[in-house]
Write a protein that binds this ligand. Structure first.
Ligand code: ADP
Length: 725
C-alpha cells in the first residue's frame, strides 16, 4: 500500500515536471506524454497488484482464524459429548431455543430439534414436574439467580428420564431485562436409580437391623432373666440345702449306729455336692451375664495357697497321693488380685487333678512370667500324674458340660462345669486356660493372672490404713450381712448401701462362713437367731484360728431383736465385737461402722496354734476363759455345759470314723473339736485335736488312732477341772 502511495506521489511529480518540460520545449511533448502514459500504466498495474495481494493475504488470515474457531467448536462439542451434557441457548425475547446434538440425543430426538420453541421444551417436561420447573425458571429470570432443577423429562420413546438442568442469564437489554439464558442438562437417571436402590437396600437394612436389635434385646432380656432366675433359684435352693447339710451334720454329731451314720453321711455328702453344683451354676450365669467383676485386693500368695492346699491335701491324702505346692522365689510375697477367684480356679483344677489321678502326685506351682514396675504376671499351674486326656478331646474340654468320658457308666463323677468356669475366670483375668496332657501319664493345667504389686513389707492392716467416712469412700469396704428374714435383709442392705458400702447378704451362719472363706470382708452384721447355724456358732467358728475363713479378727456386729439385758454380754462373750438392736436404724449403724471401720481390728484374740509342741498346755485355763467372758460367771457356766454336752458325741463320732478308716470325716471332727476346745479353754484337748487333724489330713491314720485316747483323757480332765470349779 505504502509502495502504491509512494508511486502515486512520484507519478504526480513526474506529470508536473513533464508539463513544465512540454511548456518549455514543446518539441519533446510527445515523448514526455509517452513516458508519462507508460509510467501511469505501470503505476496502475502496481496498485492493482498490491490491492489484490492484500486481499489474498486477508483471506488467508480469515481462513486460518476460521479453522481455529472450527477446531475450538469441535473440541467443545467433543468435551460436551464426553461429559454427556446437553447444552441449550434460549433467546428469551423470541422464545427460540438452540441445543447441541447431545441434548437431542439425551431425549432421543433427531437433529430437527436442534432449534425449537420454548413450548416444545415445555412439552418434554414430565407433567408432574412441569409446574415446579417453570416456577424455578420464572424465579431465576425475576431474581437473576442461577436456575437449577432436578426433574423428569419425557424421551421421544415416552420413557421418563431424570435430569439435572442448570442455567444462567448471559445477556440483558438496555433496560436490564434478561434477553438470553444459557445452560446445560445432564442425564442422571442411572444415578437416580442407584440412589433409589440404595435407599431401598437401606430400608431393608434398617428393618433387618431393627429386627436384629429386637432379637438381641430379646436375647439379652432372656439371658438376663435366665441369670436372674438362676441366681434366685440358686438362692432359694441353697437355703433349704443348707438346712439339709446342717441337719445331717448335727445328726452325725449324735450317737448313731454304723448304718445310720452311713446314711447320714451320704445325705451330707450329697447335699454338699448339690450345693457345689448350685454355686457353679450361679457363677457361670453371673459370668455369662457379665455380672461378675474381679476384685483387686492385696494379699499374701503363700497364705492363699496354704489355705487352698489345706482343704485339698485331705482329699489327696485319702487317695494316697502326694500333694505339694510351691511358689517360685522370684514371685513377690504380696500381690494385688482377686484371691477368691484365684483360689476358685486352683481348687477346681487341683480338685480335678486329685479326682483323675490314682497314684503319684498332684502339684500346684506359681512362677513369675514377667514383671514391670507396677505389675507382675504370674503363671499358676496344676500338674498331676493321672489318667491324662486324649489329644482330640483337649480342645473342647473347657465347654460347659463336656467330659472326656460322657458315658452313663463313667467312673468319675462331676458335672463338667469346673473347667468352663475356670476358663471363663482365666479369661476375665486376661489370660487363657492352657492344657497339656499325655494320655496315661498326666496333665498340666495352667493360666496366668496379671497382678498388681503389693506393699513391699507385707500387707498393712487393712482396717487401720483405710478410713471410713460416711458417704465418702464407703464403697471400698465390703460388708457381709447374715440375716434370714427377708424384710430385715432389705432394711439392712438399704441402710448400708446408702452409706456407699458394698453389701453381700447370706441367710445363715453356714453361708456366712462360706462367704468369709472366699472373700475378704471388712465387717459382718450377724443376726443372732438364724436357722441352720446361729450367729453365736458362726462367730465361734470365725474366731477359730484354724477355720478356713480369711480374717479371724474381722469385726462382727450382732443384730438382735431381743433387747433384753445380758444380750450384749452374750454377744461379746461369743466373740462378737458390737451390737445393734433390731429393727436397725441408720444412726446406730453409722455409729458402729465408724467405730469399727475406723478403729479396725476386732478385739477378739483367738488362741494361737501350738499343735506340734510336745509339752501340752494346761487342760483347763479358767482364768483366760473368764477374762474372755468379761468376768461373767453365768455365761462361763453355760459355755462349760454346752461344750461338755457336744464334746461327748463328737468324740464318739471321731472314734467311729477312725475305726472305719474315714480320714476325711476324722479330720473334720478333729477340726471342730479343736475349735470348740479352744473356745472352752480346754487347751490341752485343743492341741491334741490339732495333732489328730494334721495326722488325718496326711493320712497318718495310725498316728491319729494313737492320739485319740490322749484327747479323750484331756477332755475328761477338763471336765473334772471345769465342773469342779
Ligand atoms: P467335672 O470334673 O465336674 O466333670 P470339669 O469341667 O472340671 O468337670 O472337667 C471336665 C472334664 O475334663 C472331666 O470330666 C474330665 O474328663 C476332664 N479332666 C479335667 N481335669 C482333668 C485331669 N486333671 N485329668 C484328666 N482329665 C481331666
Amino acid at each position: 500500500m505504502s509502495i502504491g502511495v509512494g508511486y502515486g506521489v512520484l507519478l504526480g511529480l513526474a506529470f508536473w515536471v513533464g508539463w513544465r518540460l512540454c511548456q518549455a520545449r514543446p518539441a519533446i511533448a510527445p515523448w514526455v506524454s509517452l513516458f508519462l502514459a507508460a509510467g501511469s500504466a505501470l503505476g496502475v498495474t502496481i496498485a492493482f497488484r498490491s490491492i489484490f495481494g492484500h486481499r489474498l493475504e486477508l483471506e488467508r488470515v480469515l481462513e486460518s482464524q476460521r479453522e481455529v474457531l472450527r477446531e475450538k467448536e469441535q473440541r467443545l462439542e467433543w468435551a460436551l459429548a464426553a461429559t454427556g451434557d446437553g447444552v441449550w441457548d434460549w433467546k428469551i425475547q423470541s422464545g427460540s431455543i438452540h441445543h447441541n446434538h447431545q441434548w437431542c440425543r439425551i431425549l432421543g430426538l433427531d437433529d430437527r430439534f436442534l432449534e425449537h420453541a420454548l413450548d416444545t421444551f415445555e412439552q418434554q417436561i414430565h407433567p408432574e414436574d412441569k409446574p415446579s420447573v417453570m416456577e424455578r425458571i420464572r424465579r431465576s429470570l425475576e431474581t437473576g439467580e442461577p436456575y437449577a432443577s432436578e426433574h423428569r423429562m419425557l424421551r421421544a420413546d415416552g420413557n421418563a428420564i431424570h435430569v439435572v438442568d442448570r442455567g444462567n442469564i448471559v445477556e440483558r437489554n438496555e433496560r436490564g431485562e434478561p434477553t438470553r439464558m444459557v445452560g446445560s442438562m445432564v442425564d442422571v437417571t442411572e444415578r437416580k436409580l442407584a440412589e433409589e436402590e440404595l435407599r431401598e437396600t437401606n430400608i431393608i437394612l434398617e428393618e433387618q437391623t431393627a429386627r436384629a436389635s429386637t432379637l438381641a434385646a430379646e436375647a439379652e432380656f432372656a439371658s438376663v432373666s435366665k441369670s436372674d432366675f438362676l441366681a434366685n433359684m440358686s438362692h432359694e435352693i441353697r437355703t433349704p440345702m443348707n438346712g439339709v447339710i446342717g441337719m445331717a451334720g448335727l445328726l452325725l454329731d449324735t450317737q448313731l449306729d454304723p448304718l445310720q451314720r452311713k446314711y447320714a453321711e451320704i445325705v451330707r455328702q450329697s447335699g454338699e455336692s448339690l450345693l457345689g453344683l448350685l454355686n457353679d451354676i450361679l457363677d457361670l450365669s453371673k459370668i455369662e451375664a457379665g455380672k461378675l467383676e474381679l476384685e483387686s485386693i492385696p494379699f499374701q500368695l503363700a497364705e492363699l495357697l496354704e489355705e487352698t492346699a489345706a482343704l485339698l491335701s485331705v482329699r489327696a491324702a485319702q487317695k494316697g497321693l502326694e500333694f505339694v505346692w510351691a511358689v517360685d522365689s522370684a514371685v513377690p510375697r504380696t500381690i494385688s488380685a482377686d484371691p477368691g477367684r484365684i483360689r476358685q480356679i486352683l481348687t477346681n483344677l487341683a480338685g480335678n487333678a486329685i479326682k483323675f489321678t490314682e497314684k503319684g502326685r498332684v502339684s500346684v506351682m506359681v512362677r513369675l512370667e514377667s514383671r514391670t514396675e507396677t505389675q507382675v504376671i504370674l503363671r499358676f499351674s496344676v500338674q498331676d500324674t493321672g489318667i491324662g486326656i486324649p489329644p482330640e478331646k483337649i480342645k473342647g474340654l473347657c465347654q460347659k458340660f463336656v467330659q472326656v468320658d460322657a458315658s452313663t457308666t463313667r467312673k468319675y463323677g462331676g458335672t463338667g462345669l469346673g473347667l468352663a468356669i475356670s476358663r471363663q475366670l482365666a479369661e476375665l483375668m486376661g489370660s487363657r486356660l492352657e492344657i497339656e496332657s499325655v494320655l496315661g501319664s498326666g496333665s498340666v493345667f495352667s493360666f496366668c493372672a496379671s497382678c498388681g504389686l503389693g506393699p513391699a513389707e507385707g500387707i498393712p492392716d487393712r482396717k487401720v490404713s483405710r478410713k471410713f467416712t460416711l458417704g465418702g469412700n464407703g464403697g471400698k469396704f465390703r460388708i457381709l450381712v447374715a440375716e434370714d428374714n427377708q424384710v430385715n435383709q432389705l432394711v439392712a442392705v438399704g441402710i448400708l448401701e446408702k452409706f456407699g458400702l458394698r453389701v453381700d447378704v447370706v441367710a445363715n451362719g453356714l453361708e456366712a462362713l462360706r462367704s468369709l472363706e472366699s472373700l475378704p470382708y471388712d465387717l459382718v452384721f450377724m443376726d443372732v437367731l438364724m436357722p441352720e447355724m446361729d450367729g453365736f456358732e458362726a462367730t465361734t467358728r470365725i474366731r477359730d484360728p484354724d477355720s478356713p475363713v480369711l480374717d479371724h479378727r474381722i469385726p462382727i456386729v450382732a443384730m438382735t431383736a431381743n433387747a433384753m439385758r445380758g444380750d450384749r454380754e452374750m454377744c461379746i462373750a461369743a466373740g462378737m465385737d458390737d451390737y445393734v438392736s433390731k429393727p436397725v436404724n441408720p444412726r446406730e449403724v453409722s455409729t458402729v461402722l465408724e467405730r469399727w471401720l475406723r478403729r479396725g481390728g476386732a478385739k477378739a484374740q483367738a488362741p494361737s496354734r501350738s499343735a506340734h509342741h510336745e509339752s501340752l498346755p494346761p487342760v483347763y485355763d479358767r482364768t483366760a476363759l473368764l477374762e474372755r467372758l468379761m468376768g461373767n460367771e453365768t455365761i462361763l457356766a453355760k459355755v462349760v455345759k454346752s461344750f461338755a454336752d457336744t464334746m461327748a458325741g463328737q468324740l464318739t463320732g471321731l472314734e467311729e470314723a477312725l475305726a472305719t478308716g474315714d480320714a476325711i470325716r476324722s479330720a473334720q471332727l478333729a477340726h471342730s473339736i479343736k475349735g470348740a476346745s479352744a473356745n472352752a479353754s480346754a487347751k490341752a484337748a485343743s492341741v491334741l485335736a490339732a495333732q489328730l487333724e494334721d495326722a488325718c489330713a496326711a493320712s497318718r491314720l495310725q498316728e491319729a488312732i494313737e492320739v485319740r485316747p490322749r484327747l479323750v483323757e484331756a477332755f475328761e480332765q477338763w471336765k473334772e477341772a471345769a465342773q469342779g470349779s
